[in-house]
Design a protein around this ligand. Structure first.
Ligand SMILES: *Cc1c(COP(=O)(O)O)cnc(C)c1O
Length: 387
């Protein structure tokens, strides 16, 4: 049956139906369009208060936020950072921007997040202390930080990771770019580690077109992040720079969008949850379709609703199903190719990877835009039932 006459159902598109126009117009009318302006400060303080951290520093992207966050917690060239292998590539690249190296960690089989048991095994079995430094036996390099990625809107099981971090004196940088609004044991992601990063790219939970944010409770980290993201200027009149900084500050126009989007966040999260509930209800009986699990200790933001397609039971494999859905104008996407399979990272250390490859093979993200209506939800479910 051909349903190509239906309007396409996109994977995830921004919805701008609040005060975006009004706030951007205010920027244009007042001339405050660049990286200084009231909306930047307002966006920072409102996001910090939403997440529950004392400080926030707005950046041009989530990737820039990660780059600076890793630098301010002390990651240096030739250090190593533990990071999820199953992720969009940005956090892994950010490690390399500093000349440091990723150690790629597997996902857990239930929630698909960085596996705390493997992190524990790696730190206890593969690392040892030498002259006050934690050294990776295999590479001889210093292990300097942990970078868990809260994938797809679901939090990482953070308590065991935070415990290990404390024991091994490692700062934790949360990549919360996909998971604004998600909760771990009743605390919002972004306030669990030492410092965290958000993204406001076009397909994230809220968008500023492009943008990011660093949040932390630690004033010295926030101050340093602010300094480095604004060209490390020590004297604004004489232009004295004592360090190499970056031009990473978000503009007022983008922050204006951010403030307007943040006003709609609760609505967006409710819509994502309605979509997840709908898919859960209607796909639970389909043989070979594994639904995403929400941990008892978690509240997911369901940023991208993702299922696993087990070819043997479902009858069609993931990539074939993806092609069919796309011809029916249902935009779906596989999970990211894990970092250990990406050319720049093939020679990086990947520790006991067993699960991430299967998730990559079987994972399929379904349309999850916050303006997805019931007709579209029905359409997606029907397309999956038809095969
Ligand atoms: C989107 C994303 C980023 C990067 O954010 P940008 O704003 O696009 O730079 C980083 N990490 C993960 C896991 C992401 O999904």
């Amino acid at each position: 049956m051909s349903t190509t006459s239906n309007p396409p159902i996109p994977l995830s598109v921004p919805v701008l139906r609040g005060n975006e126009w009004a706030y951007v117009k205010e920027c244009l009318d007042t001339g405050w369009v660049s990286s200084v302006g009231a909306f930047v400060n307002r966006f920072e303080s409102e996001l910090a208060s939403y997440v529950g951290t004392r400080h926030a520093v707005a950046t041009v992207s989530g990737t820039a936020a990660l780059h600076v966050a890793l630098r301010v917690v002390g990651v240096e060239p030739d250090d190593e950072v533990l990071v999820s292998t199953l992720t969009f590539i940005a956090p892994v690249n950010a490690i390399r921007y500093l000349g440091a190296w990723p150690v790629l960690m597997d996902a857990d089989p239930t929630y698909w997040q960085m596996d705390p048991e493997k992190v524990a095994a790696f730190l206890t079995e593969q690392c040892h202390w030498r002259e006050g430094k934690l050294i990776n036996r295999e590479t001889g390099r210093r292990v300097r930080a942990i970078l868990p990625v809260h994938l797809l809107g679901h939090p990482v099981d953070m308590d065991p990771i935070l415990e290990l971090a404390q024991k091994y004196e490692l700062p934790v940088v949360e990549d919360a770019t996909e998971s604004l609004g998600a909760e771990y044991r009743r605390r919002r992601v972004g306030r669990l580690g030492d410092i965290a990063c958000f993204s406001f790219n076009g397909n994230k939970v809220i968008t500023t077109g492009g943008g990011g944010m660093i949040v932390t409770d630690h004033a010295p980290l926030a101050e340093r992040a602010r300094y480095l993201t604004t060209q490390a200027k020590d004297d604004p009149l004489e232009y004295v720079h004592n360090e190499i900084g970056y031009n990473y500050r978000l503009t007022n126009i983008q922050a204006a969008l951010g403030v307007a989007q943040l006003e709609q966040l609760e609505q967006f999260l409710a819509a994502k949850r309605r979509t997840a509930d709908f898919y859960n209800t209607h796909l639970s009986q389909v043989p070979g379709i594994i639904l995403p699990a929400e941990a008892p200790w978690a509240r997911s933001s369901f940023w991208l609703y993702t299922v696993l397609v087990e070819a043997a039971q479902y009858g069609v494999d993931n990539r074939e199903l993806m092609r069919r859905l796309r011809t029916q104008a249902v935009e779906v996407r596989p999970l990211w190719r894990p970092a250990h399979l990406q050319n720049p990272y093939r020679s990086s250390q990947a520790y006991c990877i067993e699960v991430a490859d299967r998730l990559y093979r079987d994972g399929l993200s379904l349309p999850s835009s916050v303006n997805l209506d019931d007709d579209s939800r029905v359409c997606v479910v029907r397309a999956l039932l038809e095969k």
